[in-house]
Design a binder for this molecule. Structure first.
Ligand code: G3H
Ligand code: 13P
Ligand code: ZN
Length: 328
């Protein structure tokens, strides 16, 4: 059944676990996530970016997610708008039937220019007022995602600030977080701790200076009753990176957020963990390998089936590691 983000995260906080929020654009991703959730009895957050809605079209996306609730009636599913960059995008999502939205006011409407405090509070509060009247949850964001190594959002696929960011923008301030939650009344808060979107997060396995789990602890100590959200939380699996490159791909050396660091953050208030890149890598790796191994085959179901299996393996591992397994 369709549930709000608030319902899922309140339960997660009460029982001390985290829920992976996977991005979806197509049927294979939805199926992979639902199969993993059913196998592990986990609650589900399916999130769609504005780009996903553009790719699949609003009706296909909505029905794909509703199909998941119909095929798996025992699993609670939150249908979440990821990175709504304006109140109107979020209102549109609410009209479409989403049970949760993200008003990302950390950036201006273009999704590229860092905004200021007053703008962020104003648009977020506006969306909260509308969403709560409809029983829909709201995630806000304070701070800009980006690399503490380079001072840039490092984003190749369009979601993230353009230009140089300084430390005060890249690390969410605990006192400001408290003030922001109080003024906006968001249900969940995305924070900046040095992660960024996409595959190129860290040039070496991350240490505390570039992945500030300590900052999660400081924010949680200040606002213990607020559900925290980690974006850019793909782990960039080295085995899938190798499969991609061994089969004609050309990805550079790169590292993601280690699962054990996410598990540590979950002990300190992180309840929603956004993952997109890992599933992109698993499906690309599976397809590249299939094309290399099976040059005579051409039924798309043969390789899409493999992408479902490869993505599902990652989903299952995250449900188990984050403690969501058995909590549906
Ligand atoms: O927020 C970033 C997600 O990975 C969505 O990316 O805008 O390419 O769908 P997208
Ligand atoms: P990744 O690129 O690390 O998978 O992050 C996804 C995300 O934060 C979507 O909002
Ligand atoms: Zn994100």
């Amino acid at each position: 059944s369709l549930v709000s983000l608030r319902q899922l995260l309140d339960h997660a906080a009460e029982h001390g676990y985290g829920i992976p929020a996977f991005n979806v654009n197509n049927m294979e991703q939805v199926k992979a996530i639902m199969e993993a959730a059913a196998a592990t009895d986990s609650p589900v957050i399916l999130q769609a970016s504005a780009g996903a809605r553009k790719y699949a079209g609003e009706a296909f996306l909505r029905h794909l997610i509703l199909a998941a609730t119909e095929a798996y009636p025992q699993i609670p599913v939150c249908m979440h708008q990821d990175h709504g960059t304006s109140p109107s995008i979020n209102v549109r999502a609410i009209q479409s039937g989403f049970s949760s939205v993200m008003m990302d006011g950390s950036l201006k409407e273009d999704g590229k220019t860092p905004s200021d405090w007053d703008y962020n509070v104003r648009v977020t509060r506006q969306v909260v007022d509308i969403a709560h009247a409809c029983g829909v949850s709201v995630e806000g964001e304070l701070g800009c995602l980006g690399s503490l190594e380079t001072g840039t959002a490092g984003e190749e696929d369009g979601v993230g600030a353009v230009g140089k960011l300084d430390h005060s923008q890249l690390l969410t301030d605990p006192n400001e977080a408290a003030d922001f939650v109080k003024q906006t009344q968001v249900d969940a808060l995305a924070i900046a701790i040095g992660t960024s979107h996409g595959a190129y997060k860290f040039t070496r396995p991350p240490t505390g200076d570039v992945l500030a789990i300590s900052r999660v602890k400081e924010i949680h100590a200040r606002i213990p009753n607020t559900h925290l959200v980690m974006h850019g939380s793909s782990s960039v699996p080295q085995d899938w990176l190798k499969i991609i490159n061994d089969n004609g791909g050309d990805l550079g050396e790169t590292y993601g957020v280690p699962v054990e660091e996410i598990v540590e953050a979950i002990k300190h208030g992180v309840r929603k963990v956004n993952i997109d890149t890992d599933l992109r890598m698993a499906s690309t790796g599976a397809i590249r390998k299939f094309f290399n191994d099976e040059p005579k085959k051409f039924d798309p179901r043969d390789y899409f089936k493999l992408t479902i299996k490869s993505m599902s393996g990652i989903c299952q591992a995250r449900y188990e590691a984050f403690g969501a397994a058995g909590k549906a």
